[in-house]
Design a protein around this ligand. Sequence first.
Ligand SMILES: C[S@@+](CC[C@H](N)C(=O)[O-])C[C@H]1O[C@@H](n2cnc3c(N)ncnc32)[C@H](O)[C@@H]1O
Length: 317
Amino acid sequence: MATTSYHEPVLLDETLAQLDLKPGAVILDGTLGGAGHAEAILERTAPDGLLIGLDLDPDAIREAGRRLAVYGDRVRLVQASFRQLERIAREENPSGLDGVLLDLGVSSHQLDRPERGFRFSPGPASPLDMRMDREHEGVTAARLLATLSAADLERMFSEYGELPGARRLARAIVQHRETAPLATARDLIELIQGAGIGHGRSHNPATLVFQALRIAVNDELAALEEGLEAAFRVLRPGGRLVVLTYHSLEDRIVKRAIRSAAKGCVCPPSFPVCRCGRKPRVVLATRRPIEPSAREIESNPRARSARLRSAIRLEAS
Ligand SMILES: C[S@@+](CC[C@H](N)C(=O)[O-])C[C@H]1O[C@@H](n2cnc3c(N)ncnc32)[C@H](O)[C@@H]1O
């Protein structure tokens, strides 16, 4: 199997095992990236398995198209958000899916391109963009920093970045933009340092600030909730949902969504018979999240924060 510098797939063996792949299976990869997971899925579902691949980023679709060309019509690629996965899955394969994979966040390719603005890089000035899909209209990080009120900036940094000092940073941004816009990652880093955010903390505050902006620009948490719900609807009985998260906000959403879907009757215990009629839609395949081994983290430090959770769809309900 070819390796790629575009992105090293994380928890690859564990993901394949949780998807419980069989020849002929129909799998939707909602976050293709460099197609490392997708290629391995195609190998394990040969000779006639189908892979439906989505990504918001046209670069990823192009890369995946090149890498997966040898699989011919076993591959269908669509540039779209996994928010739309129910519609796309029904169009591509109306009888349902055997597996859905969501490997969240950004790829190494996206992180490593200064022009995408996903992180601070010491080289050429990096614009504060952070849109996964730059070919369609969308609000950039610079635009959010220029237009949100101090209260909304504070809420963004504290809810999406869990940033100590969110209010102080929000006020510093509003004050700064009265005289000059925040256009580049360097401008923002200097402001964070100047405002004294994160002194004495173990987390680099810039990481939390960039995380918060990225989540807001791409509306990532709402997209995740919608994508999970859509996945429960399109999986066939016995079908698997596998989700890889990279920070606690994402992991919490996945944990709650799977636990809630695994719940049956929610009537008060005083009811002699069930009136809500609610049936569990999934069973948990992983009680605790699977984490990368020390060996994987050593060879791929970006795997460090990964958590894998998985669920199995029950009979249609
Ligand atoms: C961690 S990478 C996936 C890497 C991939 N599993 C591989 O093996 O190369 C995450 C990818 O998800 C994409 N992405 C993030 N949010 C998305 C969304 N809501 N819908 C579709 N793609 C999304 C990003 O553009 C990025 O390419």
